[in-house]
Ligand binder design. Structure first.
Ligand SMILES: *[C@@H]1O[C@H](CO)[C@@H](O)[C@H](O)[C@H]1NC(C)=O
Ligand SMILES: *[C@@H]1O[C@H](CO)[C@@H](O)[C@H](O)[C@H]1NC(C)=O
Length: 287
């Protein structure tokens, strides 16, 4: 009796172990996940992340990664997508790991919507880790591809943003395709937020520094001029020191005053271009 009971409990534990590993965290070479089977998912060992086909519209699916705790049903927080701009059909689409080591997303069993373009001499597997990183690795331990290297609009803890990666916003709350806002390292390795719309493109963070510098410079020079009391030369600290003082003091003061007028806050206080030319000619002819 007791033995019988223990056997039942034991087999229950065993089968639950098997069930939990049936919702796999890895996909082996030569196997696939089907869009038609909602249980074809990769789940991270602790269950925090799932990877599978996610509905994005009428009969449109993306292969995606999302937070699966707390449980969510087709209304999940998606953290990564393979084919955000090329959703696949809800029939016969598959994510296949070929024996060659290439991971491909086949649309309706035909066109390739996305692939990792990888190749491996050794057997490979796709594994979803507890960090939320989906990693394609061969038995030699070589990482062929990983989702952490190609973020969409989300960085997870431990996931680096590098000069080779960027974050691109979604179109909207309900449309996962690429939007117009980007977080990137620019060519000077400065982290920037960029708006890149169909017509205009501009950096909106950090606040474009050209304008700040310009504003500060004008204020600085204006302050010096206002504090000067006729006797002290107020332009000395402003002039390029490589000139070594070899310039006409009066002319330089006049030029700087003119420059200040041109950057007046009130546009009506700025001289017209013809007036500027007139003053410059006057300075030149003064010789
Ligand atoms: C998302 O937006 C894009 C661009 O406007 C559009 O082409 C696409 O059809 C939209 N997708 C859905 C599911 O609404
Ligand atoms: C999805 O979840 C969000 C936040 O939990 C909720 O506001 C929204 O109504 C949900 N949408 C649907 C279609 O259930």
């Amino acid at each position: 009796m007791d033995t019988h009971f223990f056997l039942i409990v034991f087999s229950l534990i065993l089968s639950s172990l098997f069930l939990s590993s049936a919702t796999n965290s890895a996909l082996r070479g030569g196997s696939y996940l089907s869009v038609e089977n909602p249980n074809d998912l990769l789940v991270s060992p602790r269950g925090d992340f799932s990877a599978g086909f996610y509905p994005v519209g009428d009969n449109a699916y993306c292969f995606a990664l999302w937070f699966s705790k707390p449980s969510c049903n087709n209304n999940c927080t998606v953290v990564w997508m393979a084919n955000r701009n090329f959703p696949v059909n809800g029939k016969r689409s598959e994510l296949l790991l070929l024996e060659t080591g290439n991971l491909i997303l086949a649309d309706a069993g035909e066109a390739t919507a996305w692939s990792t373009d990888t190749i491996s001499r050794y057997p490979a597997e796709l594994r979803l880790h507890d960090t939320g990183n989906l990693v394609l690795q061969n038995i030699e331990g070589d990482v062929l591809w990983q989702s952490f290297d190609s973020p969409t609009d989300t960085l997870l803890p431990l996931q680096p943003l590098t000069k080779y990666t960027e974050l691109v916003s979604s179109r909207s709350h309900t449309n996962f395709s690429s939007g117009f806002y980007k977080l990137i390292f620019d060519d000077k390795n400065l982290l920037r937020l960029l708006y890149e719309g169909p017509e205009v493109s501009s950096v909106y963070w950090p606040y474009p520094c050209g304008e700040i510098e310009h504003e500060r410079l004008a204020t600085l020079v204006r302050d010096k001029k206002n504090k000067a009391n006729g006797a002290t030369p107020w332009i000395e600290e402003i002039i390029d020191p490589t000139l070594e003082g070899k310039y006409d003091q009066a002319k330089m003061e006049a030029l700087i005053s003119l420059a200040l007028q041109c950057v007046e806050e009130d546009k009506d206080a700025r001289p017209t271009m013809s007036r500027v030319v007139e003053m410059l000619l006057h300075l030149e002819n003064d010789d």
